[in-house]
Write a protein that binds this ligand. Structure first.
Ligand code: CP
Ligand code: NVA
Length: 288
């Protein structure tokens, strides 16, 4: 069954198709009279709201489900949760602690399963990132993107694989201990943040402590301290746009000055979460 758990599920031109759908004004109502189960094991502002509204725009009815209501592998198995939700819904979307839960849920049902963020990937975020970059720069191929900070997290991993699909140039700048472990060959990884952003068209960062990593806060804050995106770093770029998946911790990975600057496109990026969620859902449901 069609699924979107990682960017690899959009190989072979599908990623470009989804981006094209995101810019199409009318995708019809492939969810008319149908439900979409949205399961969240972690908090969310953008992903929950953008996905709920995307379901509504496609004619469907979203049902928001908190983690204790279904209890993946606690109240019942991931497979039984998915089979149950598939009795009522035409798509299951989930934000999970453990990526393997998504894989197991997807393998248990014949309806599409969509990753709303896992410890491994955040594919809907990468789709919104690319749409935003395309709108800002006018193209994706050859655009120079620098991701600064925690290069081994879910957002960076999905962005890296997405850049590979559409031919953008990606540099990851971060501490040696937090390099992206399974990085595609084309990705450049550097330790020096200024070397990383030099000549970049886009500077992107994310929090230093992701959801579920609270126990590592002290060591992460120390390791990432040299990687704060500030005005001096932005001055080393090709007049770059600043992007952040949000939520941001101002004064940690980015200064207030940079995120509020005219070159910050974080709110357009947040809005694009809805347009790309709508496109991804439509694509999963067979719209081309
Ligand atoms: N960027 C993003 O996924 O935000 P939320 O955690 O608020 O959904
Ligand atoms: N890397 C962050 C992204 C939040 C949208 C996290 O997983 O917490």
């Amino acid at each position: 069954m069609t699924k979107l758990l990682t960017i690899a599920d959009l190989a072979g031109g599908a990623l470009a198709e989804v981006l094209e759908l995101a810019e199409r004004a009318d995708l019809g109502a492939p969810l008319a009279g149908k439900g979409a189960a949205l399961v969240f094991q972690k908090p969310s502002a953008r992903t929950r709201n953008s996905t709920e509204m995307a379901v509504v725009q496609l004619g469907g009815h979203p049902v928001y489900i908190q983690k204790d209501e279904v209890g993946i592998d606690t109240r019942e198995t991931a497979e039984d949760v998915a089979r149950t939700l598939a009795c009522y819904h035409s798509v299951i979307a989930a934000r999970v602690m453990d990526h393997d839960h998504l894989v197991r849920m997807s393998n248990a049902v014949s309806i599409p399963v969509l990753n709303l963020l896992s410890d491994k990937e955040h594919p809907l975020q990468a789709l919104a990132d690319l749409l935003t970059i395309k709108q800002l720069v006018g193209r994706l191929e050859g655009v120079r993107i620098a991701f600064v900070g925690d290069a081994d997290n879910n957002v960076a991993r999905s962005l890296a694989h997405a850049c590979g699909e559409i031919g953008a140039e990606l540099t990851l700048a971060g501490p040696e201990a937090y390099r992206l472990k399974d990085a595609p060959d084309f990705v450049r990884q550097v330790v020096d943040p200024l070397e990383g952003v030099k000549g970049a068209d886009i500077v992107y960062t994310d929090v230093w402590v992701s959801m579920g990593q609270d126990a590592e806060t002290a060591e992460r804050m120390a390791a990432f301290a040299p990687y704060q995106v500030d005005a001096a770093m932005m001055a080393a770029t090709n007049d770059a746009w600043f992007l952040h998946c949000l939520p941001a911790r101002r004064g940690e990975e980015v200064t207030h000055e940079v995120i509020e600057s005219p070159k910050s496109a974080v709110w357009r990026q947040a809005e694009n979460r809805m347009h790309t969620a709508r496109a991804a859902l439509a694509w999963l449901l067979g719209v081309r």
